[in-house]
Write a protein that binds this ligand. Structure first.
Ligand code: ZN
Ligand code: ZN
Length: 385
């Protein structure tokens, strides 16, 4: 199922791709590095019928870690209850990842390697949700320093002694389910808890703390008591959300659809003036100029490592592609570069200008044109390190 061929388009434009490693500096990241900005609401793509009237859930699993059918049926029931998807919800088992291939590879690197995205290209594009079942003991990389549990959005980055199953909505919504965590107990309930995070729970003032519900017995109850809370849950009825959590989802259902975000295949795309931000696990791309669905497909292909690197864990990378039509108007380059300073994502604010100017410069050279305009802009725009 994996598309191995890299298109000639990407090879050609690889010349204008620049890359910035996010966490490679010894300086501690600023606080918002680990938190989603308020306006970052990809969960609305799951909850609302627009822009996606359908939801496609891809479930990958390392060999021996895959969920039972009953778990996926419960997931379907939960999503059907709260996601307004008139054209349906598909939950698709995809890759079974060989143990050998998963050894020492961090979950997000595995995700990038095995994400396929929706396979029915003829249908209207659905919202996309990714679930990876893996074995932390197998994937553990002792060089890795930390892991982010996004479900609790205020929780600091911490060392990974063990890894709870966790959901990330920032940067890229996905569930990473370490099947070793609960010794096989309460697996269905844990899956629904993490899915609740992907739907935006819990984000209210009352009865909530650190992204979790304080109501005893609620599916979204505090993560710190995770296992203790869940041990009595197996066997309960489908929905174990408390009335406040249900009401919170109900509030979201009345919100307007996101005007500038959507999924194209597996890629989460956000449109801004003059540029788009494309997101995959630990990878972002700025596409400056007009964006096509093909650009998104080629980004996903290009980010799929031929051979995942065990050291590739917890670092994000930012790429930039500049379309040739943008380069025809060099007078506008400065204004475009300045816009990155106001992007909601820290990654873009920190690295956007540099990767953009690098990409412009390389592309001008590739076209046989003089990149002086970019070099003139560089000292005016870039902040000192
Ligand atoms: Zn949680
Ligand atoms: Zn609750």
């Amino acid at each position: 199922m994996r598309a191995l061929a890299r298109s000639s388009w990407f090879v050609a434009t690889a010349l204008v791709v620049s890359c910035l490693a996010g966490c490679s500096t010894p300086r501690p990241p600023p606080p918002d590095h680990t938190r989603a900005p308020n306006q970052y609401k990809p969960h609305l793509l799951y909850l609302l019928p627009s822009p996606h009237a359908r939801l496609y859930v891809e479930v990958d699993a390392v060999e021996g870690c895959g969920p039972k059918d009953a778990a996926l049926e419960k997931l379907r029931g939960f999503l059907s209850q709260y996601c307004a998807k008139p054209d349906g919800i598909d939950i698709v088992r995809s890759d079974v990842i060989p143990i050998k291939a998963a050894r020492g590879i961090a979950p997000r690197a595995l995700a990038r390697t095995y994400i396929n995205g929706p396979q029915d290209a003829t249908a209207a594009p659905p919202a996309f949700m990714y679930v990876l079942y893996y074995d932390f003991g197998l994937s553990r990389n002792f060089q890795a320093e930390n892991i982010l549990h996004r479900g609790a959005r205020t929780m600091p980055v911490r060392r990974r002694h063990n890894s709870k199953p966790y959901a990330e909505t920032y940067l890229y919504p996905a569930i990473y389910f370490n099947t070793r965590f609960s010794f096989g107990m309460a697996m269905n309930e844990i899956l629904l808890h993490e899915t609740g995070h992907l739907l935006g729970l819990v984000d209210r003032q009352g009865d909530a703390r650190s992204g979790h519900c304080l109501n005893r017995g609620c599916q979204m109850n505090t993560h710190l008591q995770y296992f203790r809370q869940f041990r009595w849950l197996p066997g309960r009825n489908q929905s174990a959300l408390c009335t406040e959590c249900v009401a919170e989802l109900g509030d979201r259902a009345t919100q307007p659809p996101l005007p500038n975000a959507r999924y194209v295949g597996s890629v989460l795309v956000r449109a801004e003036t003059d540029y788009h931000v494309l997101t995959l696990p630990d990878r972002l791309a700025l596409v400056v100029g007009s964006l096509t669905d093909r650009d998104c497909a080629e980004f996903a292909t290009a980010m799929r490592p031929e051979k995942p690197d065990p050291a590739d864990d917890g670092r994000w990378f930012l790429y930039c592609i500049v379309k040739d039509d943008v380069l025809k108007e060099p007078a506008k380059l400065g204004a475009i570069a300045t816009r990155f300073n106001d992007d909601p994502l820290y990654a873009v604010r920190r690295g956007g200008q540099k990767v953009f100017l690098d990409a412009c410069s390389r592309r001008y050279r590739a076209l046989g044109q003089n990149p002086d305009i970019v070099e003139t802009l560089r000292p005016k725009i870039l902040k000192p390190e």
